[in-house]
Every structure is written in C-alpha cells, then in structure tokens.
Design a protein around this ligand. Structure first.
Ligand SMILES: Cc1ncc(C[n+]2csc(CCOP(=O)(O)OP(=O)(O)O)c2C)c(N)n1
Ligand code: SF4
Ligand SMILES: [Mg+2]
Length: 303
C-alpha cells in the first residue's frame, strides 16, 4: 500500500472495504453485499475467510478488516471458526477479556466452499451448535480460479467447464434448505442491490446466538460476463424475476421478505448476461428457456 492509499484509508469509515487498494473487479456484487453486511456487523468481528475472491481484499500484511481476519483452506473455515470461538470462550472464562471485548466469529466463503468443499465441516459445526455467522457470497462458480462450475451454478449457464450448447447440465444446490434441515438459529438470503432488506437481516442475525447463515447472491461481471455498470440492475432483476427469493428461516418457519409482483419473465434476467447468450443466439433454445421458467413458476406457485 502506498502512502496516498494509506492516507485515503485513514479518512474512510472504519468498516470501509474499498480503499484497500486491492485488485477486486469493478461492479463486484459480492463486495457490495459484504460492504453492507460489514457496515451493520461493525469492527468487533473476526473474519474466518476460506480461499476465494474475497481473500484478495487482504494483501499481507494489510487487511481492510479493522477487526481480525484469518485465512483458511477452502474446506476448513467452519473448523477455524470453532477454534477461534473456543479460544475466545477460554479467555472469557479466565476473565482475560470482558464480555464487551468479546468478538463475533464470522465465516466468509464463496459458494464453492459453502456448497461443496466446506459443507461437511459446516454440517458438523451446526450440529455442535457453534455460535457463529456464516456469510456465503454466491457468484455461482469458482470465481477466483476462472469461473469453473460449482454446486451453486444455475442450470444452463456457461462456465469455463460448461462449454456445451446447453451450458451447465446440473442444477443449483439449495443451500438454504440444506441449512434449514439442520434446524439452525437463522438462515437468510440477501443481495447487495436490496440494501434495506439486507441490513434488517444482518441486524436480526447479529442479535441471535448459534449457527446462522446469510447467503448473498453476488452478480459477478467477470464470471457472468456483463458490463460492471449493470451489476445493481442485474441484482434487482434476480429478485423481480423470482430467480433469487429473499427469505429467512427462523424458529422452524420460512418467511419471504419480498414477493415479486408482478413477476417478470426470467429472460429479462438471463438475456443481460453473456453466460446465457447461447440460449438466445444463434437461435433461441426455447426448450431450455421454458424449463428454467417452469422451475421458477413452480417454486412461487406454492408461496
Ligand atoms: C482444496 C482446494 N482446491 C482448490 C483450490 C483453488 N481455489 C482457490 S479459490 C477457488 C475458488 C473458490 O470458489 P468459491 O468458494 O465459490 O469462491 P470464489 O472464488 O467464487 O470467490 C479455488 C478452486 C484451493 N484453494 N483449495
Ligand atoms: S470474479 Fe466476480 S466475485 Fe470475484 S472479485 Fe471479480 S466480480 Fe467479484
Ligand atoms: Mg464462487
């Protein structure tokens, strides 16, 4: 970090992540969500960050996180969080820190770690009723290594490893339902382009103890192939088309915090992204477009 960047950073609010001079992509929806989340969480946090795009925020020995930040292997963030929570509890018990000095333990990973490599460690942590907040920014692929498909990639999307005429042949894993099946303290979906909904959910999650998950859909100009200026609009379209339901699970019940009405056709969302361009040209893939629309209609028909 050069001196002028350091001077700029000193004048920023303490939760500001963008002045770090680190090479994040313009229009990154994951960073927008994380900024909104950090503004509410505040600096009394320890981030346990598995390998992925957000790891680039920290360039040794600097990090824009004014609390603490710990880097782990992709599968290990929930295990790392357990160690940090245990250490804080020992310090509390020995009265070496006060309750006011205690920190919130926050796991931060991408969808690749959350849905795939780290899922077993996550399941164990929820079973042990670990008091932690898990933030998954979901850019629907292994973004940091060039957008290979992950277990969160949507059906039909082109990725670096799904180049055929139909794109990705699999289906997006339902991480919300997987977490809810564990009966944790709280689960919610958010998106940076709906900042009020996001702030309310983080405020709520902050007040609750136990395992809590926030999944933020993260429009990704680089991996999804769109102009960075479109990032907020694409996020809004994800909600308006019903692709990204804004919901929360608490006390055994699922509640939608926003119901798109009238719901826009999914093509309004898909046609803005290069990763779905093969569904529209050289000719429209009506069969696949209809399948995607029907999946969304079926979801909302029950709500
Ligand atoms: C076990 C293991 N395999 C592969 C990698 C290489 N790797 C680093 S980041 C990354 C992508 C992670 O994807 P995701 O969790 O979705 O985060 P994103 O990169 O999209 O932010 C991969 C595959 C790794 N660090 N560890
Ligand atoms: S690849 Fe996507 S998620 Fe990663 S920093 Fe760039 S815009 Fe953000
Ligand atoms: Mg990812």
């Amino acid at each position: 970090m050069n001196e002028s960047t350091f001077r700029r950073m000193k004048d920023l609010p303490s939760t500001h992540l963008l002045g770090s001079g680190t090479p994040m992509c313009a229009g990154c929806g994951g960073l927008a969500a994380l900024q909104g989340i950090y503004d509410v969480l505040g600096t009394r946090t320890v981030f346990v960050n598995a390998a992925g795009c957000m790891t680039l925020l920290s360039v040794y020995p600097f990090t824009p996180f004014r609390g603490s930040w710990l880097y782990t292997a992709m599968a290990s963030a929930p295990a790392g969080a357990q160690g940090v929570r245990d250490a804080l509890d020992v310090l509390l018990e020995q009265q070496r820190i006060t309750a006011e000095e205690d920190l919130d333990v926050v796991v931060l990973t991408g969808d690749g770690a959350a849905n795939g490599m780290g899922l077993s460690a996550t399941s164990g942590a929820i079973e042990r009723n670990l008091d932690f907040l898990y933030i998954c920014y979901d850019n629907e692929g292994y973004g940091n290594t060039g957008q290979q498909f992950s277990a969160a990639t949507p059906h039909g999307a082109r990725t670096a490893t799904s180049r055929g005429p139909g794109g990705f042949g699999g289906y997006k894993k339902d991480l919300f339902a997987i977490w809810a099946a564990h009966k944790p303290a709280y689960v919610a979906t958010v998106i940076g382009s709906e900042p009020l909904d996001l702030a309310r959910k983080i405020e709520k999650a902050k007040q609750i103890q136990g395992p809590r998950l926030i999944i933020a859909l993260a429009p990704c100009p680089t991996g999804w192939d769109f102009d960075p200026r479109e990032s907020v609009d694409i996020g809004k379209l994800a909600v308006k088309t019903g692709v990204w339901p804004l919901e929360e699970y608490v006390g055994g019940k699922v509640r939608h915090t926003k119901t798109p009405h009238p719901r826009l056709p999914v093509t309004a969302y898909l046609e803005k992204q290069g990763r779905f361009a093969h569904l529209f040209a050289p000719q429209r893939n009506e069969k696949l477009l209809e399948e995607i629309q029907t999946g969304i209609d079926d979801y909302w028909a029950d709500i």
